[in-house]
Design a protein around this ligand. Structure first.
Ligand SMILES: [Zn+2]
Ligand SMILES: [Zn+2]
Length: 237
């Protein structure tokens, strides 16, 4: 039964190009933002969590700018701004004798002034961005599904070998779900196969960049540099 919760989504994501889990996480975030804007704007625990997180992380805040979002965002951001305004109204300066003198010492500004440190800390997120939290939880479930069905009946290993594979951060996370050696060996082998192909394409791109070979037509290696950026860093947001 657990297979049907994510198996087909993972299988489809593997055929779309790019890191399958980055892609599924981005879809999860997108749906979460819609749900939040259309259904949860007036939900008290949702608002409390958002106020405690001091709003959304920057990439998710950028994703809030979408059609029909103005009213919901106005209500949500009004709440966050009221929260931080209240903190500011109660803020006090924790000065001490000699502080102004110490501030002139080299390196002081990098550490930040102790007089305002408490306020800086209170204004910082007290909890994770709610969309990040949902996205990462979903990503972990999809990775678990990928590993659970990597080999054996209806194995995903062949879909995986034909795909662009997991990005390096998700690959590391996937390793954490492996408990048997057969899955370990199959995943390592598939990942090496994917990376070796990509390395060959990058080398080919560099080779054709040489003026002596510039008349040769560009093949699959044309966008290898962009796929390599995703393979190394992911594109989850
Ligand atoms: Zn990824
Ligand atoms: Zn976020």
């Amino acid at each position: 039964m657990s297979k049907y919760l994510g198996y087909f989504e993972v299988k489809e994501a593997l055929s779309n190009g790019g890191c399958p889990v980055c892609q599924l996480e981005a879809q999860t975030a997108d749906t979460a933002i819609d749900t939040l804007l259309w259904e949860s704007v007036n939900d008290v625990p949702t608002r409390h969590r958002l106020n405690a997180a001091r709003g959304y992380c920057r990439p998710h805040a950028e994703k809030m700018v979408r059609n029909g979002a103005a009213l919901g965002v106005s209500i949500l951001m009004g709440g966050v701004l009221r929260t931080v305004s209240e903190i500011l109204s109660n803020a006090t300066f924790h000065g001490s004798p000699g502080l102004a003198m110490r501030q002139k010492l080299p390196g002081f500004n990098h550490r930040g002034s102790p007089a305002t440190a408490a306020l800086v800390k209170t204004l910082s997120p007290q909890t994770e961005c709610p969309v990040c939290a949902l996205q990462y939880a979903a990503g972990a479930r999809y990775l678990q599904t990928l590993i659970e069905f990597f080999i054996g009946e209806d194995a995903l290993v062949n879909d995986y070998r034909r795909s662009d594979g997991l990005c390096l951060p998700h690959f590391q996370q996937a390793l954490g779900f492996i408990t048997d050696e057969a899955t370990f060996n199959a995943l390592i082998d598939a990942q090496l196969h994917i990376w070796q192909q990509l390395i060959q394409q990058l080398d080919e791109f560099v080779r054709k960049n040489d003026y002596r070979f510039q008349s040769e037509k560009t093949g699959q290696e044309g966008d290898a540099w962009q796929r390599a950026l995703v393979a190394v860093s992911g594109n989850r947001l």
